[in-house]
Design a binder for this molecule. Structure first.
Ligand code: KQY
Length: 364
């Protein structure tokens, strides 16, 4: 495996859309006791269900700690490849490589810098060195060369692309003080263009209310096809989310993509606010002496946090009447894939959802 110091755009590589064909998917076995309540037992059940569904149509690789290898092996389907690799938590979207491909059958990874969503400014755990090394190690495992971009803090959940030259990000996240404070908005945009192989970046102002990632785009808006997105939406003007979603709607309606198209926006309803219970908080260890959640805290629940697999769209469900409506909307937007909904409260408690715990490996 070579470590590259050029850029993907210079070399003719670009990030394909998530709805383009995948060779496989990367996930990480949950274990961290201040993220996953009560020994991560319930979280593991939800992760396993996600793994089962995705691995029906893609080669699945799961990373786990040495301590968890036997336990994970016993619970995962035989068709899943299980690899021991040290991580700090289970967010494959954010710590795994972002893959880029070219038109000659090549695939490479990008190794962004990772600082636990904000480093010493507002990061979510005090040490992230193991996570920061996952992208490069995983490229080594796949025998894919890797672009070194550790001097730029970026998580996979903070970017979406349409595969036709357009990227989607939020200002709240990409311009946050804990990411790349020395870079201007223009410099950040130039970096995204050089590494994702895009020519246009659409900036949404905000993401999902109380999203501890500084409002990753993958929880609020996602491409479903070139020129088409779903946007997390509420009609309740008293919900703090309303102003955030409305600001993003305005930005999308004013934008054109890299091909000069206007963006078609499909509103995806949000579930009623989801809050964490006292009992759930009691099951979480302290992090650096502090509680990671407070009883009654609103969690960043959104149906937009789905994963587009080769044969399925895997979406979170929250036991809310909107679950079925959201599923029907997604099914109409992905007619060639089966939309499978998975109860995901136990993933949400960790701070993200199905998109955040998966990372696609595009077919080269
Ligand atoms: O991408 C994500 N949404 C990850 C969130 C991590 C939160 C850590 N508690």
């Amino acid at each position: 495996m070579k470590i590259l110091h050029t850029t993907p755009a210079q070399d003719g590589f670009f990030m394909p859309a998530e709805f383009a064909p995948h060779e496989g998917c990367l996930m990480i076995w949950p274990e961290r006791a201040d993220s996953w309540q009560y020994g991560a037992y319930a979280a593991r059940r939800a992760f396993i269900r996600v793994i089962e569904v995705i691995s029906e149509s893609e080669k699945m690789t799961v990373l786990c700690s040495e301590n968890q290898y036997d336990n994970a092996r016993a619970q995962l389907p035989d068709r899943v490849r299980l690899v021991v690799m040290a991580t700090d938590d289970a967010w494959a979207r954010d710590v795994g490589p972002t893959f880029v491909i070219d038109s000659c059958g090549g695939r490479r990874g990008i190794d962004w810098g990772f600082n636990a969503w904000g480093g010493t400014v507002d990061g979510l755990y005090p040490s992230w060195e193991r996570d920061n090394r996952v992208a490069r190690k995983f490229c080594d495992l796949l025998e894919n060369d890797v672009y070194n971009k550790r001097d730029f803090i970026c998580e996979g959940g903070s970017i979406h692309v349409d595969g036709e030259g357009t990227a989607l990000v939020t200002e709240a996240c990409l311009l946050s003080a804990g990411r790349n404070p020395a870079l201007s908005r223009k410099e950040i945009e130039q970096t995204l263009c050089a590494y994702l192989g895009v020519s246009k970046v659409i900036w949404l102002p905000r993401g999902i209310y109380n999203d501890e990632t500084n409002e990753h785009v993958d929880n609020v808006c996602a491409f479903t096809a070139p020129g088409e997105v779903v946007l997390a939406w509420t009609d309740d003007a008293n919900d703090p989310q309303y102003a955030l979603s409305k600001a993003s709607l305005d930005a999308l309606e004013a934008a054109t993509d890299a091909q000069g198209r206007r963006i078609r926006v499909h509103k995806l309803p949000l579930p009623a606010p989801v809050t964490i219970t006292e009992e759930e908080c009691r099951g979480l260890d302290l992090c650096d002496g502090e509680a990671t959640r407070t009883p009654g805290e609103r969690l960043a629940a959104s149906y937009v946090n789905f994963y587009i697999a080769n044969g399925a769209v895997v979406m979170p469900a929250f036991g809310d009447p909107m679950d079925e409506k959201a599923q029907a909307i997604l099914q109409s937007l992905f007619p060639t894939r089966k939309v499978v909904s998975i109860p995901a409260r136990d993933i949400l408690i960790g701070g993200g959802n199905i998109h955040c715990i998966t990372q696609q490996i595009p077919r080269a």
